[in-house]
Design a protein around this ligand. Structure first.
Ligand SMILES: Nc1nc2c(c(=O)[nH]1)N[C@H]1C(S)=C(S)[C@@H](COP(=O)(O)O)O[C@H]1N2
Ligand SMILES: [Mo]
Length: 431
């Protein structure tokens, strides 16, 4: 049975069997590892044995180590000194304009959007960073989220983002009328061709289901101010979405009564309402390794809209010669998928900034400080496995995620432009 979940649906989160203390968390993955071990001992698996190798990734990616996707010439984050200040990209010069679209376009738009108290540079009412931070003292939120580009088959990083929900900022503008969509843009070098904009429906901006994460204007990443490279001083973060909704160098919010999602990404044939995909990734494997040593495989996994049930791998030896293949009985064998252990949650004290406690984070239990799901909702976890006793030869390994509805990657969505989730394969040779 699989039923569709609306964006940010908390019910989808509660479908999972939650474990609420860290000892049990650790046991979950230990149990998985032991189950595999038992399989191997009973001869059900091949010659491999498994154990969690050391995890090669930090849970929080350092701000400068994210992969970067940015438009512009020059790219806004390369500006320095006066140019950076003139671009309103320093903490002191940053300003946010919030205005409405006067346009009507029957039959789609018959009434223009209106707002009581717009914020403009011209009137000197644009929002500054101090005001935003002040708002954060009473309404601030924090959550950990993976950044994933819809068009790049590899997560860009994972950060702890802090800021103010978009709805709290919009409330500063008083009453609104005939607003159906909210656009937002970053700095773009005065060249209209470089505009990068995204949008949310009014409902997505203003309402958040229980346990859900609201879109926010972020001003801290991993406990530090956001640098220009990561989109600072202020960047939009849309928790459930691919990177293109999380506009960097935010400067304009534009309310319109035009309900059509005219995101920059939509104009490039992408699904502008796509959500993060549940998807597993393999870290690069050396092409050639000695057969005498165990093979260590690791990788990333994102828990997307449809939740994550488990990660699985399949390994097969490539036998080029057909006759040998027949002898080995491999020519028609189906792919065998085996469970792949996921690293348990870290010691939060160790990885969170000093002034941030786990129970303050969205997606964590406010009493126990334990994550409500693991890997985190719209976050990234890591998997790892050590294979022993493989004979010399050429191998192919595949890894896939199975989502909360029981769909294994790449199902249930073959549409590439809603976010890549092809099953990754890598080859290696043992000699
Ligand atoms: N202003 C602006 N915001 C932007 C972009 C851009 O080019 N300009 N690229 C978007 C895309 S497509 C992605 S995937 C993410 C990448 O975020 P990162 O560079 O912090 O990893 O930023 C998004 N925000
Ligand atoms: Mo992207």
């Amino acid at each position: 049975m699989h039923k569709p979940s609306p964006p940010g649906d908390a019910e989808a989160i509660s479908r999972r069997a939650f474990v609420s203390n860290s000892a049990a968390w650790t046991m979950t993955s230990l149990a998985a590892a032991q189950a595999i071990q038992a399989d191997i001992l009973s001869g059900a698996a091949t010659k491999q044995t498994t154990a969690l190798p050391a995890c090669p990734h930090p849970l929080l990616t350092p701000a400068e180590s994210f992969n970067t996707v940015a438009r512009g010439n020059p790219k806004p984050h390369t500006l320095t000194g006066k140019a950076l200040a003139d671009a309103r990209m320093t903490p002191e010069t940053w300003r946010l304009e919030i205005t409405t679209d006067p346009k009507v376009e029957p039959p789609h738009v018959t009434q223009p959007a209106r707002m009581q108290a717009p914020r403009t540079m011209k009137e000197g009412t644009a929002l500054d960073l101090e005001t935003l931070r002040e708002l954060g003292k009473s309404h601030g939120i924090k959550f950990i989220k993976a950044t994933q580009c819809l068009n790049i088959p590899e997560p860009l990083g994972q950060g702890l983002w802090e800021g103010v929900p978009l709805r709290e900022v919009l409330k500063l503008c008083g009453r609104m009328k005939d607003v159906r969509r909210i656009y937002y843009r970053g700095f773009h070098n005065e060249d209209p061709g470089q505009i990068f904009q995204s949008s949310l429906s009014y409902t997505q901006a203003m309402e958040t289901p229980p346990g859900g994460f609201p879109p926010m204007l972020a001003y801290r990443l991993n406990g530090q101010p956001i640098t220009p490279l990561r989109g600072g001083p202020v960047r939009m973060i849309v928790p459930w979405a691919h990177g293109f909704k999380s506009i960097k160098w935010l400067q304009q919010i534009f309310l319109t009564n035009d309900y059509r999602a005219n995101d920059t990404y939509a104009l490039q044939n992408n699904d502008p309402e796509s959500h993060l995909k549940t998807s597993a990734y393999i870290d690069p494997i050396p092409e050639l390794m000695p057969a005498s040593r165990p093979v260590v495989l690791t990788g990333k996994v994102i828990s997307g809209l449809s939740d994550l049930e488990r990660v699985e791998y399949s390994l097969r030896q490539i036998i080029e010669d057909a006759e040998t293949q027949q002898e080995a009985g491999q020519e028609h064998t189906e792919t065998v998928w085996q469970p792949c252990p996921i690293y348990p949650p870290p010691d939060w004290e160790q990885i969170l900034p000093q002034d941030v406690k786990p129970h303050q984070l969205l997606g964590f239990d406010a009493k126990t400080g334990q994550p409500k799901a693991w890997p985190l909702r719209f976050g990234m976890g890591y998997w790892g496995i050590t294979l022993h006793g493989l004979q010399a030869g050429v191998y192919e390994v595949r890894v896939r995620a199975v989502d909360g509805n029981g769909f294994a990657q790449p199902e249930p969505r073959p549409l590439r432009k809603s976010g890549g989730n092809a099953v990754e394969m890598q080859r290696f040779q043992l000699s």
